[in-house]
Ligand binder design. Structure first.
Ligand SMILES: [Zn+2]
Length: 260
């Protein structure tokens, strides 16, 4: 069994305040150290419960959050492009979302957002509002790969079940407001239990299937963010209103097929 761990920073135990997102600050370095620790631990639990190869992707803010010298050298680091290639080549059996957070506009979600906290107001696929986990599930599902576990704050875990009812969740903390949260005391036990249950049952957790063709709609917070996205867009799109772009999706083969 080959497991792919897609990481984010917001849902990692020990990351408890928005201050820790500011790159280069001492608090951010602590957050990055926690991320490294939990990548290693999650991978260790994967191995203990049947994984042979473990891949990981540093998914927060385009990467740069991992001190590679602190990562178990037997893990394979991947880029977003590598992730797509591995899926295509049938080299991933299941995926774990480590450090997940809720989608933009979720009450009770620690640092709720979708892709861009600053610019993205709402992302929908096929008319349904999507979280980052759901976007990942749509790509994995196109290759029949299930996302089997979500590790993050309580609300991120509840929300993961909206998309994948059978997903195994490990809620490691709870938000006290959007920008602060508190860890649950027994994170190691919670994460190991989630990984064990997820890997033992990975064949019974269905991949997320998207009926094609479909549409992506992306609403920005501001008109100028929308205009900037129009200039940079690599695909055909329609502008529905001042702040919203829509694209038609004929196929889902790469992560870029789900973006504008
Ligand atoms: Zn993030």
């Amino acid at each position: 069994m080959n497991v792919f761990i897609l990481t984010d920073l917001e849902g990692i135990p020990g990351v408890n305040s928005i201050d820790q997102m500011e790159r280069g600050t001492p608090q951010n370095i602590l957050a990055k150290e926690q991320l490294c620790k939990w990548i290693n631990k999650t991978a260790e639990y994967c191995r203990k419960h049947g994984a042979e190869t473990v891949y990981y992707l540093d998914g927060h803010g385009g990467g740069g959050n991992v001190f590679e010298e602190k990562i178990d050298p037997t893990l394979i680091k991947c880029s977003i492009l590598d992730w797509g290639e591995l899926l295509k080549a049938g080299k991933i059996d299941c995926q774990i979302e480590l450090g997940a957070h809720a989608r933009a506009g979720t009450i009770g979600g620690f640092l709720d957002h979708t892709i861009s906290s600053r610019e993205w107001f709402r992302y929908t696929l096929g008319g349904r509002e999507f979280s980052e986990l759901a976007i990942h599930a749509a790509l994995c599902g196109a290759y029949n790969v299930p996302i089997v576990a979500c590790i993050g704050d309580e609300t991120a875990c509840e929300q993961a079940k909206e998309y994948i009812p059978a997903i195994v969740t490990g809620a490691v903390k709870k938000a006290s407001c959007r920008n602060l949260c508190q860890d649950h005391p027994n994170a190691e036990e919670i994460v190991e239990n989630a990984v064990r249950q997820a890997l033992e049952n990975y064949r019974s957790i269905p991949p997320y299937h998207t009926s094609l063709p479909t549409t992506v709609e992306l609403t920005f917070y501001r008109t100028d963010f929308c205009e900037k996205a129009m200039e940079k867009a690599q695909c055909e799109f329609v502008r529905l209103d001042a702040r919203t772009l829509q694209r038609r999706v004929e196929k889902i083969e790469r992560y870029a097929d789900l973006k504008i």
